[in-house]
Design a protein around this ligand. Structure first.
Ligand code: SAH
Length: 366
């Protein structure tokens, strides 16, 4: 058994120590230092397993750049602030964002860029991608390594990669779902003894039939709370884009993606991407508990259209060939159409103040 045979190592670990939580399984598959998905794979783009919004079109990062410029002005255009991206992938979003931000040189001069990235391989790609941006990124493992001061945080498809726990409804309550070995020594699901507390049960859980699954995301919520705390203390904004839902309800959202197709979650540990849908209500609640203001989340399509996606597409297409214009139209569809990324993806904004934050609606309860 080599270190690169992650499936064999997971089985060996279960045989020795017993079944593991779904969260442990996810964290191992994605982050194992020798064979984890993000540590070893070429994950994005056509040769990878999935295409994210910044990889669909430069317009995505540019519009988020426009959002950041407005957010910075709303903060009073501080002469120094922390610009932070969580899980920057290939660095495409930040590179497009900074190109737009360069329209306001004072923004770039004020920005201290930190990328929170666990994968050494991706860190190298990100540094290379940002060489021309004029900003030298620092790398961090977590938010505790970000210097104090006002901050703007962006994250696209970051929270969906963080480990979740699953619980299954049984006659004796919601029991934690575990990953163990079946009689043929294959990976399979089983039940543990840990129970979901009543506080974690959404109202819809009461009517759910036995066998239903509920998910909790303590790792994601802890990060939202940490960001909420920082923003409440030092001022600033955060923008989280991810696929997810606004009202928690029973459902199994754990999925594996391999070469742009859905895959069995046990088939290729470390080779397939594992993701889940993000509970935005829980993210907003965690940040609010920490003292931040959460704006009502927007669908990605609505968010991009309000920021001027169509105008940007028109400008980008001017003077281009027919084929290029076709490509831009396709990208607008993919990013914003309700049956593509437009509705499944949500955007949550946090800030220290409830003052208007374009393009979001006012926070409720004002
Ligand atoms: N934002 C990029 C990439 C999304 S993939 C895009 O939209 O294209 C998720 C990213 O988060 C990868 O860069 C991955 O390495 C990083 N990541 C996942 N879990 C992480 C963790 N616990 N800490 C830091 N980075 C993490």
């Amino acid at each position: 058994m080599t270190k690169s045979d992650l499936k064999a190592r997971i089985k060996q670990r279960i045989a020795a120590q017993g079944p593991m939580t779904v969260a442990d399984y996810m964290a191992t598959c994605l982050g194992d230092p020798q064979a984890g998905y993000y540590t070893t794979r070429q994950v994005f783009g056509r040769e990878g397993d999935f295409t994210t919004a910044p990889e669909v079109s430069q317009m995505f990062g540019e519009l988020i750049g426009a959002f950041c410029l407005q957010a910075w002005e709303r903060m009073g255009s501080p002469g120094s602030f922390q610009l932070v991206e969580l899980g920057p992938g290939r660095g495409t979003l930040m590179s497009d964002l900074l190109r737009t931000a360069a329209l306001r040189p004072a923004f770039l001069e004020a920005a201290e860029l930190t990328l929170v990235e666990m994968s050494p391989k991706l860190r190298k790609q990100q540094a290379k991608k940002l060489e021309k941006s004029g900003l030298q990124p620092r790398f961090a493992e977590g938010l505790d390594q970000i210097e104090s001061g006002p901050l703007i945080v962006v994250a696209n498809e970051f929270f969906d990669a963080l480990p979740i726990h699953q619980f299954v409804k049984t006659a004796s309550g919601w029991l934690e779902r575990l990953v163990g070995l079946d009689d043929a020594a294959n990976l399979g699901f089983g039940l543990g003894t840990a129970r979901l507390s009543d506080d974690d049960l959404p109202r819809s859980a009461a009517l759910a039939p036995d066998g239903s699954i509920l998910e909790t995301q303590p790792a994601a919520n802890a990060i939202a709370e940490e960001i909420g705390t920082r923003i409440a203390k030092d001022g600033g904004c955060a923008l989280f884009v991810d696929y997810g839902y606004l009202q928690p309800a029973p459902g199994d959202t754990l999925q594996a993606l391999y070469k742009h197709s859905y895959d069995d979650v046990f088939a290729r540990p470390g080779e397939a991407d594992l993701t889940t849908h993000v509970n935005f209500e829980a993210l907003a609640a965690a940040a609010t508990r920490a003292g931040a203001i959460a704006f009502p989340p927007l669908d990605q399509g609505e968010f991009l259209l309000r920021l001027g996606l169509l105008e940007r597409a028109g400008a980008l297409g001017t003077g281009k060939s027919h084929l290029q214009q076709e490509g831009i139209r396709d990208a607008v569809e993919r990013l914003a159409a309700p049956n593509q990324m437009g509705q499944l993806f949500k955007v949550l904004a946090l800030s220290n103040t409830p003052a208007p934050l374009s393009p979001f609606d006012e926070p409720s309860g004002r």
